[in-house]
Write a protein that binds this ligand. Structure first.
Ligand code: MG
Length: 262
């Protein structure tokens, strides 16, 4: 009652009017005394972390993944590079590259993601070096994670299986024998670009596990895959991109492909 009376006055007309009380002063934050904190002061409860269902095995797609190949149908998610139906074949639950059919790409485009993909080079070994079980997983259509039969097959170290082709060698060679299924688990962060359009503001970054073993540890990709040349010279701004699988003339098989957008 006392405070209300302070802001109440009588006009000359005799009407009682209410004055706007002054804004309360902003309290000055008090420094936290670390010796007087309780556990609850650093607990964050809301919003609750999104609940998803994991696969039966760690290699199975969790409930929030997009399945890009389910072992049966290629036409739903994939085309050739030009957007036409792909001539890769599906056999025994695997998607197999066909010599001369060209690369295939997803109809969907992606930015940052987690990708699981399984691959198998031919059991019957033919060729050597880069000519043996060569394929590749292109992230956003331009950054190649090499697929190659690198089991007892020397080639340049930045071009063997698990390399970011011609840019980063894998930390170890953890390849299985030809004809055996292998896995890549890939965590990819899309780049951002400077206004000059010829350099990254933040480069694309990638972490890769092959057969459960870390082989690329959050490396900063230098530029698009270039067979000849310096990747930095070819940087161009881009948005979301397809996932591309390479036809390098060898019949490499893929299966159990799923992706989670980040
Ligand atoms: Mg390749």
């Amino acid at each position: 009652m006392i405070s209300l009376a302070l802001f109440t006055f009588v006009c000359s007309s005799g009407q009682v009017q209410q004055a706007t009380p002054p804004a309360a002063p902003t309290p000055t934050p008090r420094p936290v005394d670390p010796n007087r904190m309780s556990p609850g002061m650093t607990e964050i409860w809301n919003p609750e972390v999104t609940i998803i269902q994991p696969g039966t095995k760690d290699s199975d797609a969790p409930s929030d993944a997009i399945v890009l190949f389910n072992g049966m149908d290629i036409s739903q998610e994939w085309t050739d590079r030009r957007g036409n139906p792909s001539r890769w074949i599906v056999a025994d639950g695997a998607l197999i590259s066909v010599r001369g059919a060209g690369d295939i790409k997803t109809k969907r485009t992606f930015s940052s993601f987690q990708l699981h993909i399984e691959w198998r080079t031919p059991a019957e070994v033919t060729g050597e070096g880069q000519g043996r079980g060569n394929s590749g997983v292109f992230l956003q259509e331009r950054y190649e994670l090499q697929v190659l039969d690198s089991y007892n097959n020397r080639t340049y170290r930045n071009g063997q299986a698990g390399s970011i082709y011609k840019q980063f060698t894998p930390l170890v060679n953890v390849c299985r024998k030809p004809g055996e299924w292998q896995t890549y688990d890939i965590i990819y962060t899309a780049p951002t670009f400077n206004k000059d359009s010829t350099s990254y503001f933040t480069p694309p970054r990638v972490t890769v596990l092959q057969n459960g073993v870390l082989i690329q540890n959050n490396v900063s990709i230098r530029g698009p895959m270039e067979y000849i040349g310096i990747p930095e010279y070819f940087v161009k701004p881009h948005g979301a991109g397809s996932l591309v699988l390479q036809d390098h003339t060898n019949p490499v098989a893929y299966r159990n492909i799923w992706i989670r957008e980040l």
